[in-house]
Ligand binder design. Structure first.
Ligand code: FES
Ligand SMILES: [Fe+2]
Length: 362
């Protein structure tokens, strides 16, 4: 068995990745005519929704004297700075400077704020944060949550984690913490731990745990199997920079979820979890129920990662063991490969060349 010291991978440790889409807020939290500020990748970002319902994003800093625009006013068309009343359209272009006298040579429209591509999709307002090292990078398509059919129900939950982006992401893909962190009589217990063998394959910018029958030791899956008669399969994808998709399918029934970890600052990130499903359409209160259980899970992960962060402050050397921590190794390698590809302009040298089966107990 080989072990890798995480410290060997230091160069990319916790660097946020630019050139990707990140969720800023939920679609419902940004009503028509509203604006909201979010710090993402250490940058203050203002998102707003105009009168037509279109979303837009710009840097939340007034180019005049640095006042965050979010302290100002948005009328559904223009953002007005709270300090000297400069007005900007949703593209970040300055449209009015109240202090100018008529005939002034200064043209407000020559002044602009950095604006970002912004999209409303799958229940979130997404912002594309470009990579300054790749000024010509075309804006990639936003990865979609697989939603094979309508109608479906959907929930979103979110929490802030006080840990680095890498620790947050590794916590998300770690298969061995389940029986310890998410221990419960209805989900799984330590006694139900057993050998697992899962096959992974490379996908663009990530890797996939290929469709397999879900864990026999988890109660809800057992129930689904009984209700819908199987075959029940789960597919789990990780894609850079921060997305974990889990797709559970049984014929035309599905539960599709995505978790993203977005860096806020160096020592803080935000987990956003969205799940959509068309199973149990007759079940009353399905959304609050699902939200309740998803929140329990998220709180358990949050507590584990925040407790870990107490130890990580002392910068201990860490280990990644085979095979339970192999996905975490791939994540670090994938991230390094992405950064190298940006540097050299060559295609990404994917760390996973072929299908491989990992074995662990959980
Ligand atoms: S700082 Fe915004 S208008 Fe002056
Ligand atoms: Fe977890």
């Amino acid at each position: 068995m080989s072990t890798d010291l995480i410290t060997e991978l230091k160069p990319t440790k916790s660097a946020p990745l630019y050139g990707f889409w990140y969720p800023a807020t939920t679609s419902t939290a940004l009503a028509v005519g509203q604006m909201q500020t979010q710090v993402m990748l250490g940058q203050p970002i203002l998102v707003c929704r105009d009168r037509q319902g279109k979303v837009a994003a710009m840097r939340d800093i007034c180019p005049h004297r640095g006042m965050p625009l979010s302290f100002g006013h948005f009328d559904g068309e223009r953002v007005e700075c709270a300090y000297h009343g400069w007005q900007f359209d949703t593209g970040g272009r300055c449209r009015h400077i109240p202090a100018l006298v008529e005939g002034s040579p200064l043209q407000p429209e020559k002044i602009g704020i950095t604006s970002y591509p912004c999209q409303d999709q799958d229940g979130y307002v997404w912002v594309f944060l470009p990579d300054p090292q790749q000024p010509k990078q075309p804006v990639p398509e936003l990865p979609r949550l697989p939603l094979p059919s309508e109608p479906y129900r959907m929930i979103q939950i979110s929490t802030i984690l006080d840990c680095t982006i890498d620790d947050g992401i590794v916590g998300l893909m770690d298969p061995a913490h389940g029986p310890f962190v998410h221990q419960s009589s209805w989900w799984r217990t330590k006694a139900s731990m057993h050998d697992k063998a899962k096959t992974f394959e490379p996908i663009p910018n990530g890797f996939r745990m290929v469709p397999h029958a879900p864990s026999k030791n988890s109660g809800p899956y057992k129930l689904l199997n009984r209700l819908y008669g199987g075959p029940l399969t789960t597919t789990i994808d990780f894609v850079l920079p921060n997305q974990r998709f889990e797709f559970v399918q049984c014929g035309s029934m599905y539960v599709s979820s995505r978790a993203t970890v977005t860096p806020v600052g160096e020592q803080q990130c935000r987990i956003d979890f969205a799940a959509a499903w068309n199973i149990l359409p007759w079940l009353p209160f399905a959304k609050p129920l699902f939200r309740y259980f998803a929140n329990i899970f998220m709180k358990q992960d949050k507590q584990a990662m925040e407790r870990q962060a107490v130890g990580l402050k002392y910068k201990p050397a860490l280990m990644l063991i085979d095979d339970a921590d192999t996905p975490a190794k791939w994540y670090y390698k994938l991230k390094a490969a992405h950064l190298a590809a940006v540097q050299t302009g060559r295609p990404l040298d994917h760390p996973l060349k072929d299908r491989v089966t990992l074995r662990w107990r959980s």
